[in-house]
Design a protein around this ligand. Structure first.
Ligand SMILES: Cc1cc2nc3c(=O)[nH]c(=O)nc-3n(C[C@H](O)[C@H](O)[C@H](O)COP(=O)(O)OP(=O)(O)OC[C@H]3O[C@@H](n4cnc5c(N)ncnc54)[C@H](O)[C@@H]3O)c2cc1C
Ligand code: FES
Length: 284
């Protein structure tokens, strides 16, 4: 069954701070909220806005249901870094945004003992809905996908404690959260990959899936560590995207093809890739 794609304008329900420079935007978008899978994304544009003219990609944070049942609200978490996200900060209730999606492949179904998530910067965003589904058997999307994990650990690193966004949310869902910050203001002082490396000896003997999202060097290092330990590893890439639907080729990433390699469009074949598919040495 084909997933239906929406294109249109939807109203903002709320736009609230989650942490320093980090916001949660809630949209009244039932057509997308009903169909989207964890790991998929939407493209968002502000109507009438010339700068930026192009939309930006945002991963599904979570969906919210109405009392009468069925997902209606679509939530996106964003970090203010540039033109679009600065403009998004000023979005208010009732204002309309242009939205198209759901887009991309999303996370494939899995059943594991231990799901290990590694997030850097704003890379935690695709993991909220995934955790909800994996630990609490909440179903997402149409057709629905199943994700199951007996335990979930999130290794999550930012530059400083005040940039950590959504930690309580993960803890409420029953996730073991291991933090790191560059300046040592929360958790381990240093890189999130060091936290993941320390965790690795605890992972043997169980069925494990590692998924990483964040800055590319962090994802590459996570994948190399996981593969050295024979652990399956998926990466949720954030290659800059202009169209989200396979037209502009702004999002290409190097993938293995036979003995060589080729480029593929991460908005169509991704953003989630098995690390073994990617040419990690070219991405590092
Ligand atoms: C599949 C996917 C999912 C994403 N999900 C989220 C999300 O959930 N939350 C979120 O905040 N952002 C997410 N992004 C990134 C988002 O699409 C924008 O690129 C980002 O918000 C910056 O947009 P801007 O207009 O504010 O900054 P711009 O004005 O475009 O750029 C500001 C600065 O950031 C750099 N930059 C822009 N885009 C990227 C990028 N993708 N990677 C690295 N550097 C970049 C530019 O080089 C520039 O230095 C996602 C991207 C993809 C492809
Ligand atoms: S974003 Fe345009 S082809 Fe992928």
């Amino acid at each position: 069954m084909q997933q239906e794609r929406f294109f249109g304008q939807v109203p903002v329900v709320s736009n609230e701070p989650l942490a320093r420079d980090t916001w949660l935007l809630r949209l009244d978008a039932p057509a997308v909220a009903r169909t989207i899978w964890p790991g998929q994304f939407v493209m968002l544009r502000i109507p009438g806005c010339q700068d930026p003219l192009l939309g930006r990609a945002f991963a599904l944070w979570d969906t919210q249901e109405t009392l009468s049942g069925g997902p209606r609200y679509l939530e996106l978490g964003y970090l203010v870094v540039g033109k679009m996200t600065r403009a998004m900060r000023n979005l208010h209730r009732g204002q309309k945004v242009e939205l198209w999606g759901p887009l991309g492949n999303g996370f494939s179904e899995f059943e594991v003992d231990h799901l290990v998530l590694v997030a850097g910067g704003i890379g935690q965003t695709p993991f909220v809905a995934l955790t909800h589904a994996a630990l609490h058997q909440r179903s997402y999307g149409h057709p629905a996908r199943r994700y199951r994990a007996r335990k979930v650990t999130l290794c999550y690193g930012t530059r400083s404690a005040e940039l950590l966004a959504g930690v309580e949310h993960f803890q409420r869902l029953g996730v073991e959260v291991l933090l790191s910050t560059d300046d040592g203001t929360a958790g381990h002082r240093g890189l999130v990959t060091e936290v993941f490396q320390k965790l690795l000896p605890r992972l043997s003997g169980t069925s494990v899936l590692v998924i990483a999202c964040g800055p590319e060097p962090m994802m590459v290092q996570t994948a190399q560590l996981a593969l050295q330990h024979q652990l399956p590893c998926w990466l949720s890439l954030e290659a800059p995207m202009a169209c989200g639907i396979g037209i502009c080729c702004s999002c290409v990433v190097p993938v293995r093809r036979g003995q060589g390699w080729d480029y593929c469009r991460s908005c169509l074949q991704g953003p989630v890739f098995d690390a073994q598919q990617l040419c990690l040495e070219q991405m590092a």
